[in-house]
Design a protein. Sequence first.
Length: 155
Amino acid sequence: NISWRDADAFCRWLAKKLDVEVRLPTEAEWELAATGRAGKKYPWGDGWNKEAANSQESGGKISAVKSFVLNRSPSGAFDMVGNVWEWTQDKVTDKNGATDEQVEQALKGGEILRVVKGGSAGEKASQISAQARYQIPETTKAPTVGFRYVVVRKQ
């Protein structure tokens, strides 16, 4: 239940506390963290494995991190696909699969749409992958949306 704005505020707070740059990942960074340079469909490879990711087929309930131990990316991150959608830094600059109604509704409210990645426990297996992408207003708070952050080392 965290909005993009809340996640961004957390990153800014943590950056100040640690005196380093902390931010949400870009969509490209998120995908790289999920699958590495190989660009596979899932962190574990290209074939679906219902034992590896949290989806409707595995019960559809959000679970604790590392509940699906096979869902470990080459970078060591767990649960990059399934479980909860994850906010990225990226704004939606075109429809990217959104319906006209979704875009129109967001624009009426002056909302900024942000990209979320990976899919959630509420999705069918066919909707979950490292390339899975959706767009929602940055003010959205939902139990199926979370975030990761990037710490940028000072040079």
